[in-house]
Design a protein around this ligand. Structure first.
Ligand SMILES: *[C@@H]1O[C@H](CO)[C@@H](O)[C@H](O)[C@H]1NC(C)=O
Length: 517
């Protein structure tokens, strides 16, 4: 009885799996590898769960399963090299803005020119849902429009400035952290003015340059693409790689879903020299990494010396992701390598702190394993992540301009404190405690968009005209009513008073008159 029941259950599972298999297209025109690391895991999982997945990207799979099909854009654009300068300034911000706009145009043109993409659009296979990266360009929405399927947006980081309005998400500089700038949820007046101006700049650049150029690129191939901003508002769900335990509660409508965490794999035991180095660290280790885009070698020499001074003042050993071999420090104190197994190091119980540029990947891995962070943001979303790290209790911030031996030592001492370490473990536990795993959540809402495609989940906040959104017309009506009331009342008072006065004065004048007379 039991085996037959098992077989029946299994075949039912297989059948339901088969019945629910969706035809899914992923469109990922951006060539940044740090983003695709996250998407790859999600796309492979969609395939693993029985869906037929086709992916347009710069990162074809080496060994794809039978139901995973690549449309490769690899080699059409030079990959991003890690050469960003180690400083945070308005100039860096300006360069980043131009880079994003330029990359948006280039990646769109390259994708549209691809033969396989053109064939796909011509053949128009039926897709149940199309997943697009939601980042610096809306070009992919034009392609999705040609294929007529519900669209799900996915991000590997927090929202960009031009994303709020299309989803009806309130953006208020007073309490909404700004992607590219410091200040978190409690900005100073200076920071609020600063982020208002920078926000305006980014939105205009996107609207008048990036989106317009992408629209023109699409128009070269198709004559029926609606305005990209309108297509963006048709996105069914936006899957966003953040979590409220780190970022704090945000005002998101029901179709914006937090999915952060699924890219973090289980930490494996360390091996070789690194294992020996960590095992022999009596007081634990501190891990330093500025990610793959920021190069440690571009760090000014005097700043490097400040970090080395701090190493000598702490009992902990240090592991530093460092691209050259010129650091003259005791090999028992410091381990350097150009590549390090970051997750395995963060997952090691002896790792007590993480000095990081606060990229979204590393930050997510730190909260996953409950490792306190000293966040030193440089560019992109790092300033906002660093503020979230401090506000959530996951760590402390240290701006690059404040990097001195004294400040860094204080930052390390703060996060090495047993009470602080305890608190970070609590933060990590709260982060892990969820009704559904982040991957299940991402897959669930993707399938939901396909299954219930006749509905729209957009908040009305995204549709009302701006003057209604801020109640300008209501305010005007109220001001008008109040003005009329004031005018009427004052006229009435004038009439009453004046008629008395008139009586008095006429009385007086009459007296005067009568006197004169
Ligand atoms: C799966 O996707 C591929 C590539 O897009 C397509 O050729 C194939 O027909 C699809 N299979 C099914 C069962 O829809």
């Amino acid at each position: 009885m039991k085996p037959s029941l098992l077989i029946a259950t299994l075949s039912l599972l297989v059948l339901t799996d088969y019945a629910c298999s969706l035809n899914i297209l992923g469109i990922f025109p951006y060539h940044g590898k740090s983003h695709f690391i996250v998407f790859r895991i999600y796309l492979r999982e969609l395939a693993k769960r029985g869906h037929n997945v086709t992916v347009i990207s710069h990162f074809p799979e080496q060994d794809p399963p039978a139901n995973y099909h690549d449309i490769s854009l690899a080699g059409s654009i030079k990959a991003i090299e890690g050469e960003a300068p180690f400083q945070s300034s308005y100039l860096t911000l300006f360069i980043v803005s131009l880079y994003l706009a330029h990359a948006a145009v280039e990646t769109c043109d390259v994708m549209l020119a691809n033969d396989q993409v053109q064939r796909l659009i011509k053949e128009k296979p039926k897709f149940d849902v199309i997943v697009v990266e939601h980042f610096n360009s809306d070009c992919a929405l034009g392609v999705a429009h040609k294929l007529q399927a519900p669209v799900v947006g996915i991000m590997s980081h927090i929202l960009m400035p031009y994303h709020y309005q299309r989803f009806g998400i309130p953006y208020n500089p007073a309490y909404v952290p700004f992607h590219f700038l410091e200040g978190g949820t409690k900005p100073t007046l200076y920071q609020r003015v600063e982020r208002t101006i920078v926000d305006f700049y980014f939105r205009q650049l996107n609207h008048y340059y990036t989106q317009r150029t992408n629209q023109n690129s699409l128009a070269k191939y198709f004559d029926d693409i609606p305005p990209l901003e309108d297509l963006a508002r048709e996105i069914k769900f936006l899957l966003i790689y953040q979590h409220f335990i780190l970022t704090g509660s945000r005002l998101f409508p029901s179709n914006v879903i937090e999915i952060a965490g699924f890219h973090v794999v289980d930490a494996k035991p360390l091996t070789g020299d690194l294992k020996k180095f960590v095992d022999e660290a009596e007081h634990g280790v501190i891990f330093i990494s500025f990610g793959s885009v920021v190069r440690a070698s571009t760090m000014p020499a005097d700043k490097v010396q400040e970090v080395i001074k701090v190493m000598q003042q702490l009992p902990q050993r240090f592991i530093w992701k460092w691209e050259d071999k010129t650091l003259l420090v005791d090999k028992k104190k410091l381990y350097t390598a150009s590549w390090l197994p970051q997750v395995d190091i963060l997952g090691h119980p002896k790792t007590l702190a993480f000095l990081s540029h606060a990229g979204n990947g590393g930050t997510t891995e730190a909260i996953h394993y409950g490792v306190p962070v000293v966040a030193m943001p440089v560019a992109g979303d790092q300033p906002a992540n660093a503020a979230a790290i401090e506000e959530s209790g996951l760590g402390v911030q240290l701006q690059v301009r404040d990097l001195t031996a004294e400040n860094l030592l204080n930052a390390f001492k703060k996060v090495l404190d047993p009470k602080f370490q305890q608190r970070v473990k609590e933060v990590s536990r709260a982060y892990h405690d969820r009704p559904m795993s982040p991957m299940d959540t991402a897959i669930y809402w993707t399938e939901y968009a396909a299954k219930h495609s006749n509905f729209n989940f957009r908040t009305p906040a995204a549709d009302v005209p701006f003057y209604q959104f801020i109640n300008l017309d209501v305010a005007l009506v109220l001001i008008a009513m109040f003005s009329i009331y004031v005018v009427l009342v004052s006229a009435l008072i004038k009439k009453c008073c004046c008629s008395k006065k008139v009586v008095k004065t006429t009385g007086k004048t009459e007296k005067k008159k009568s006197k004169r007379a």
